[in-house]
Write a protein that binds this ligand. Structure first.
Ligand code: MG
Length: 419
C-alpha cells in the first residue's frame, strides 16, 4: 500500500510557488510515497510523520480506481493499527465501480473491523481513525467519508472542498461562531465528532460527483489542512505538474508550516474521463448504422429491380427460332438483364419477313402467358399457311388436265368443220 521514500520529483522545484520553501523529502524518516499511472488516471502520494510526532499513525491506500486516507487516533501506535485495519478493510470490500452506497458500506465495515480489532489482538480499546475514500470511474467519482480528513477537487484552477469535516470546530464554523481560518488554529481543532472505532452504528457520508478530464483530486489528513490554508493548497495544486510533485509540495508546505501532525496527501489526476472514448463509440455506431442502412437500401433496390425484371417478358430470335425471354433486352455493366425461358421449335423462316424483323428487335409481352399464346398463334399461322400453300398447289395440279383438254377440243371442231 505504500513504498519507501524516493527522491523528489524533478519538476517540483520549478512547479511550486516561489513563496513556498521546500524541503527535500527524500531523506525524511518514516516518509512513504507511491505513484503511478494508467490510461485514465495518474496518481502520487506522500505520508510523513511530521516534525513533532514520534509515529506516523496515518495510512493511505492507492489501489486505482480506489484511493483513501485514514488518520489514526489512540496514541501508543494504536492509531496506526486502527488506520491500517481501515485501509486493509477498504481494499478488500470497496467496490471497483463508482458506487457510493457500496463504498460507504465498505467504510462502515472498516468501522466494525477497527472496533473488533482489540478482541483479535490488534490495537487497543479506544483506538480509532478517520476515513476518506473515493472510487473514480470514467466521469464519476464515488466518495465516502468519516472524520476530518478531506477530499478536495481542483476544477479549472479552483479548489473545492468536497467533504464536510466531522469535527467540533466545523460545527462552530457551520454555526457562524468562528471562521474557517480560526478553526485551523482553534484549541479544540482535533476534537472529532464522528470516527471509526467507537460506534457500531456509525454511518459514513457517501455521494457521487461528476468529474472530468483535467481535474485533480486531493485526499489529505488534517496534518495538511490544519497547517496549510485552502488558498495555499490551491496555489500548489495549480502550479505543480505531476500528481507526485503536488503531493510532495503539499507535504513539504505542511512541514515548513510546522509539521505538528502526521501529514498524508494522495493526489489523483484524471487523464481520461471516458467521454472521448464514448464519443468515438457513438461516431462508430453512427457510421455502422449508415452503412447498414445503405446496404439495406441497395438490397431493397436490387430486390425491386429483380422483382420488376421477373415480370418482364419478350419474344426474340435465337438461333433461327423464336425464344421466350424473361427480363429486359438490355444489359447493366456487361451483365445481361434477361434470361431465356423457352427455346421454341418455331422457325423464323416460316414466319413473315415483317415478323422476323420484329423478333430480331424483340417483341414485348405483357406476361408469360401472352408470350406462349403468341408463339402458339405463330404455329397456327404457319400451319394455316402451309395448308393454304398445299391447297393452292393441289388446285394448280387439278387445273392443269382441264386446261389441256379444253385446249384440244377446238382443234377437233376445226377438223370436223373441214370435212
Ligand atoms: Mg491527524
Amino acid at each position: 500500500m505504500s513504498e519507501h521514500p524516493s527522491t523528489m520529483d524533478p519538476d517540483l522545484a520549478q512547479a511550486t510557488p516561489a513563496s513556498m520553501n521546500l524541503l527535500d523529502l527524500s531523506g525524511r524518516p518514516d516518509s512513504d510515497m507511491e505513484s503511478g499511472a494508467n490510461a485514465r488516471l495518474a496518481w502520487g502520494s506522500r505520508s510523513d510523520v511530521g516534525l513533532l510526532r514520534e509515529h506516523n499513525e496515518d495510512s493511505f491506500l492507492v489501489r486505482p480506481p480506489l484511493f483513501a486516507v485514514c488518520d489514526g487516533m489512540g496514541g501508543h501506535a494504536a492509531g496506526e493499527v486502527a488506520s491500517s485495519i481501515a485501509v486493509h478493510t477498504l481494499a478488500e470490500q470497496a467496490p471497483e465501480r463508482a458506487d457510493s452506497a457500496l463504498l460507504g458500506a465498505a467504510v462502515e465495515a472498516a468501522n466494525m473491523a477497527v472496533i473488533e480489532g482489540p478482541a483479535h489482538g490488534r490495537g487497543r480499546e479506544g483506538m480509532g481513525c478517520t476515513a476518506t475514500a473515493c472510487v473514480v470511474e470514467g466521469d464519476k467519482m464515488a466518495v465516502a467519508h468519516v472524520g476530518d480528513s478531506r477530499l478536495y477537487l481542483l476544477h479549472k484552477g479552483t479548489l473545492v472542498r468536497v467533504t464536510h469535516d466531522h469535527s467540533f470546530v466545523e460545527e462552530l464554523v457551520d454555526a457562524g461562531e468562528i471562521t474557517a481560518d480560526e478553526a485551523r488554529v482553534h484549541p479544540s481543532r482535533s476534537v472529532i465528532t464522528r470516527a471509526l472505532g467507537s460506534d457500531p452504528d456509525m454511518y459514513a457520508d457517501h455521494f457521487t460527483l461528476d468529474v472530468e478530464r483535467g481535474e485533480r483530486i486531493i485526499l489529505c489528513s488534517d496534518g495538511l489542512s490544519s497547517m496549510v490554508t485552502d488558498s495555499d493548497i490551491e496555489d500548489v495544486a495549480v502550479s505543480t505538474t505531476s500528481p507526485q510533485s503536488c503531493a510532495d509540495a503539499l507535504v513539504s508546505a505542511a512541514l515548513v508550516a510546522g509539521g505538528h501532525d502526521n501529514v498524508t496527501v494522495v493526489v489523483v489526476d484524471i487523464l481520461n474521463d471516458g467521454t472521448e472514448a464514448e464519443a468515438k463509440r457513438k461516431r462508430r455506431r453512427a457510421i455502422i448504422a449508415w452503412i447498414v442502412a445503405a446496404i439495406c437500401a441497395v438490397a431493397l433496390l436490387a430486390g425491386g429491380v429483380w422483382a420488376y425484371l421477373g415480370n418482364c417478358w419478350y419474344l426474340t430470335a435465337s438461333d433461327g427460332h423464336v425464344a421466350i425471354m424473361r427480363g429486359l433486352d438490355d444489359s447493366f455493366l456487361t451483365m445481361p438483364l434477361s434470361e431465356k425461358v423457352v427455346d421454341t421449335d418455331v422457325s423464323l423462316d416460316d414466319l413473315p419477313e415483317t415478323v422476323q424483323h420484329q423478333l430480331e428487335d424483340g417483341i414485348a409481352m405483357g406476361s408469360e402467358q401472352e408470350a406462349h399464346e403468341t408463339v402458339e398463334s405463330y404455329r397456327v399461322q404457319i400451319e394455316r399457311s402451309k395448308q393454304d400453300a398445299a391447297q393452292t398447289a393441289n388446285d394448280v395440279r387439278e387445273s392443269v388436265p382441264d386446261q389441256a383438254q379444253n385446249a384440244a377440243k377446238p382443234t377437233e371442231t376445226t377438223q370436223g368443220g373441214a370435212q
